[in-house]
Design a protein around this ligand. Structure first.
Ligand code: AMP
Length: 217
């Protein structure tokens, strides 16, 4: 199974991609996760990317293509892969074509998880997590018993910098301006399947499985 997941931030694509990769026993390659690890580890790429991520902008294509080339070189992708968050621009999609052709592991399908902007803004800006233990909350969908306080250890609930509304709108703008442009790139090869991302996670997963069954993947 060789898939690309595309969708705006907050569409749930990361959750779905991770679940599917675990079920099928293939690598889940999330460029957002790779970058966040690089930031934590303080590598040269991490230092370069930290400010860009916090502002909700895109990391330059050459850096991202280098990251993916390095990841594919690990060899486990020969059995299959699920790409989550890459490609995000047309040059990245073109670079992925070259790489997967060279490795003889072409993309079989591109799943686009659709979700309206206003739903995304509500989902993301409401996210909080405990500063002490990391437990996730949502002010509306998964509120703590006492506002702003962790149920488990009383720690303060904090919001990620890039989850602030202005940053979310910036990320959504980037998605519509740049990432949505990769969809026609794959439509020309009839690889795109649209998934309705506003339903409950289990229903979205079931729709993904149905789409893959129809494709015999
Ligand atoms: P994500 O977890 O996929 O939402 O990614 C978090 C952040 O990492 C994004 O807002 C970008 O700043 C950066 N990022 C992740 N993947 C890419 C990519 N393919 N191209 C450029 N920037 C990326």
């Amino acid at each position: 199974m060789r898939l690309v997941f595309v969708g705006p931030p907050g569409s749930g694509k990361g959750t779905q991609a991770k679940k599917l990769a675990e079920k099928r026993g293939i690598p889940h390659i999330s460029t957002g996760d790779i970058l966040r690890e690089a930031v934590k580890a303080g590598t040269p790429i991490g230092r370069k990317a930290a400010g860009i991520i916090a502002e909700g902008r895109l990391v330059p294509d050459d850096v991202m293509i280098g990251i993916i080339e390095e990841r594919f070189a690990k060899g486990d992708c020969a059995r299959g892969y699920i790409l989550d968050g890459f490609p995000r621009t047309v040059p990245q999609a073109q670079a992925l074509d070259t790489l997967t052709e060279r490795m003889k592991v072409p993309v079989q399908a591109v799943l686009v998880i659709d979700c309206r902007d206003e739903i995304i803004v509500e989902r993301i800006t409401g996210r909080r997590s405990c500063e002490k233990c990391g437990t996730p909350y949502h002010v509306k969908f998964m509120p703590p018993k006492e506002p702003g306080v962790c149920d488990k250890d009383g720690g303060p609930l904090v919001q990620r910098e890039d989850d602030q509304e202005s940053r979310v709108r910036e990320r959504l703008g980037g998605y519509h301006r740049q990432t949505a442009a990769i969809i026609p790139h794959y439509e020309r090869r009839n690889l795109v399947r649209r998934i309705k991302g506003e339903a409950a996670p289990e229903r979205v997963f079931a729709e993904i499985e149905r789409a893959l069954t129809a494709l015999r993947i």
